[in-house]
Structure formats: C-alpha cells, structure tokens
Write a protein that binds this ligand. Structure first.
Ligand SMILES: Nc1ncnc2c1ncn2[C@@H]1O[C@H](COP(=O)(O)OP(=O)(O)OP(=O)(O)O)[C@@H](O)[C@H]1O
Ligand SMILES: [Mg+2]
Length: 406
C-alpha cells in the first residue's frame, strides 16, 4: 500500500495522519513545500520518501514534478486532508489513474455555491443564495432574497469579509468595506443554533459520526474579541434535537458523491425545528476538532482514518463516552502574555475532567485571534453529562482571564 500524502507536516494535525498511515501498514510518500531537513522527526520517521516542491498550491507545477518523481510508478492512494489541497489531490489521482474521488466530485465539497446548487437539486434545504459581482447584483439579490442576508466571499475561510446585513443602512456600510471582494455569495441569513456533522466515511457511508455545537455561532465569536469561543462534541447522538441534522448530513454525503475519508459539515437548527445546511468539506475540521472527537470516544481517529482510506475498514469502538468541550482564550492587551488569572481555581474545580491545558504562558507572544481560532491557546475538558460539560466550559470561558502587554 503506497500512499502519496500532500503536506504531511502542515497543519500540525497532518503529522498525526502521517503517523496513522504508517501505523496501518502503508508506505507514506510525502509531498510538501518545506525542506526535508526541516520536517519534524515524528514525520520523517514515518515517511518512505519525500518530494520538496517550491509552491505546494501551484497545481500544474506540483503535478509535473510528482509525475517526474514517480517516473511511471503509481501509488495506491493520493490523499490530502487539508482544505486548500483537496482539489490538487483529486487532480493527481486523475492524472496518475489512482482510485478515489474525482476532481468534479471534490469540487462539490470546495465551491460553496456549487455545493448548494447540487444539494438544492437533490431536494435538500440550503440557504437561498445568489452569486454576486458588484453593487448592482448585490442590490438585486437582496430584492430577491429579502433581509436579513449574509454577504461572504465565494472562496472565503475563517469568516473573513463575512457580514450580516439587516437593512438598507447596513447595506451601504457593507458595500463600502467589501469593495475589494470580486465575487461573493449573498445568502438568506439563517437564525438558529449552529452545529457540525463530522464523519469518517467509507464509500460514502459513515463508519464514524460526530456532532458538535458552537457556542456562540462562529460569526459572532469571530467578531467580538472578549468572547471565549466554546465548542462541545455531543455524547448523545440519538437525542431528538439532532435527528434532523444527522439525517441531512447523511443525505448530503450521498448527494455530493462522497467517497472514503473525513468530512466536516456545518448546519443550522432554527427555533421552529427546521434544519438548514451550512457548508461541507471533504477533510476534518480544524482547531483540534479531531482531538475532541478522539477524547469523546477514547479512540485514535488519525489512525482509523488512515485505515479507512487504505483498507476500507474502521476498527475503533464508536461508543460515545463524553461530551468534550474546547475553550479558546484571548488575552487582554497586545504583545506578550504577562499573566493568567483564575487558572488554578478552574483546575481545582475541573479536577480529572480537565484533559489538556494548552494556554500560552507568560513570555509567549499572542497569536492573531482573527487569523486563528486557537487564539492564545485552549483548555480541553470532558464530562459524561451534557449539562456538566457545558458548565465546565462556561467556567473556563468566564473565570480564566489572560493578560498581555509585555
Ligand atoms: N446563511 C447563513 N445564515 C446565518 N449565518 C451564516 C450563514 N452563512 C454563514 N453564516 C455564519 O458565518 C459563519 C462563517 O460562514 P461559513 O462557515 O460559510 O464560512 P467560512 O468563512 O468558510 O467559515 P469557516 O472557514 O470558519 O468555517 C458561519 O459559521 C455562520 O456563523
Ligand atoms: Mg464554516
């Protein structure tokens, strides 16, 4: 089993998938843009070969270099588990004649407008939306969809340039600050709670499923610095509240032609019970969501995903034991961290339910909270009882305060 794996060391989750492939008996051939010597030891150890390319995002260049490198040999799998590279992996599969999801199928997981069109055609509930270029088209789309709407760039990520528009006043303001956005999607704003639906799937059928709730909704969390975003995986997937979302998720995988690998979907639950699709990628969620899922079941999804991809089997137990919460902290002030208040007290109250503390420490430089959800670090906690897990999460969000200014 030869696996050609794109970006085997970046982002850091990929290092664990590299290990996973090796652990299930594959030979791993890495392709990335960092020099071989700069790869961390835990990646180097698991690689059979490595090709450094000058620009990993340059599809034509990478394809040509990989073909030359392989010299007619054909790997059994070509994989990418990082969003910007899933299309490149599909292109390489097609060029090399390797089994797996086609370019067109992957495009349905990558282009936000196309995915909604395909799902709408399959009869699934997606937000009403229009592709817009320029002011006139924005106004026309609002006329058709009606307020409130959301404006977001077609190829957006991390809620950048994403705005809620409630009425004509908002509209004038948003038009001014988004002049640089060439193409956007204008969508019906869906009011409601926001969840994930994550899977490891084999030939489109989930072998592992997960739901997590965002508290608050990402758009709000990313616009207000004072918030400590909380995301909690839900132990009980059989509760009536989640039935519609999970059913939608399974239908989405079918409608988009999912093959084998990880998926990460977002969906909304309206107060009237209606379930609406948000977006989906054929790769895992970021910001430690895989670790949260691992802590939920006490399993190793890095290895099991690799097993699914290589051997179409999934061997870990899927019994859910915990609700796992992650709380991201943002320090007050700029520069270096100077102090953390309330951490000791929180640790005493959380006891054995605290599973990881990865907060930055005094002396370390703050991260850019607009660029990374992980911000100035996080704590991971878990509890078998939903209310208790939520209370612990709120405790960490409210009572741990980080300061910067050094
Ligand atoms: N139609 C909508 N109705 C209500 N809220 C929305 C809608 N579309 C997007 N949002 C809000 O904006 C957030 C970001 O949107 P979306 O997930 O589509 O874009 P993104 O930039 O790819 O985000 P990310 O990369 O962080 O997942 C969503 O999580 C949600 O809170
Ligand atoms: Mg999103």
């Amino acid at each position: 089993m030869d696996v050609l794996f794109l970006a085997p060391a970046y982002p850091s989750e990929m290092r664990r998938f590299t290990r996973g492939f090796a652990e299930v008996g594959a030979r791993v051939w890495g392709v990335g843009d960092s020099p071989k010597a700069a790869l961390p030891d835990d990646v180097k150890r698991h690689l059979t070969g490595y090709l450094q390319v000058p620009r990993i995002m340059d599809e034509a260049d990478v394809t040509a270099r990989v073909e030359a490198w392989l010299g007619g040999r054909r790997p059994d799998r070509v994989e990418a588990l990082w969003e910007p590279l899933v299309l490149l992996a599909a292109r390489l599969r097609e060029r090399l004649g390797v089994a797996g999801m086609s370019y067109d199928t992957v495009l349905g997981f990558r282009d936000k407008q196309l995915m909604k069109e395909r799902l709408r055609a399959a009869g699934l509930r997606v937000p009403h939306s229009r592709r817009v270029r320029g002011e006139a088209e924005v106004r026309q789309a609002i006329g058709e969809i009606g307020y409130p709407v959301i404006f977001k760039p077609i190829a957006g990520a991390g809620s950048a340039d994403t705005w809620r528009i409630d009425g004509p006043e908002d509209l004038e303001r948003v038009l001014k600050v988004t002049r640089h956005v060439r193409e956007a999607s204008l969508e019906e704003f869906v009011e409601g709670e926001e969840f994930t639906y994550d899977t490891v799937s084999i030939d489109g059928v989930p072998a592992f499923e997960n739901v997590a709730q965002y508290l608050p909704r990402p758009l709000i969390a990313r616009q207000e610095h004072w918030i400590s975003p909380l995301i909690v995986t839900m132990r009980d997937l059989h509760q009536p509240k989640l039935r519609g979302g999970i059913q939608l998720g399974r239908q989405v995988l079918k409608a988009l032609g999912m093959g084998t690998g990880f998926t990460h979907m977002e969906w909304y639950l309206k107060a009237n019970g209606e379930v609406v699709f948000g977006e989906i990628g054929c790769r895992p969620g970021g910001a430690h969501l895989v670790d949260q899922m691992n802590y939920t079941c006490d399993i190793d999804l890095y290895r099991e995903t690799a097993r699914a991809i290589c051997w179409k089997s999934f061997e870990a137990p899927t019994t859910r034991k915990y609700n796992v919460g992650i709380v991201f902290k943002r320090a007050k002030g700029e520069g270096r961290i100077t102090a953390i208040h309330g951490l000791d007290g929180f640790k005493q109250r959380a006891g054995r339910w605290l599973v990881a503390d990865e907060l930055l420490r005094p002396g370390q430089h703050r991260r850019d909270w607009k660029q990374t959800l992980v911000s100035d670090g996080f704590v991971l906690l878990r509890h078998p009882d939903w209310e208790q897990a939520l209370a612990l999460g709120m405790d960490a969000a409210t009572n741990i305060t980080m300061f910067a200014g050094g």
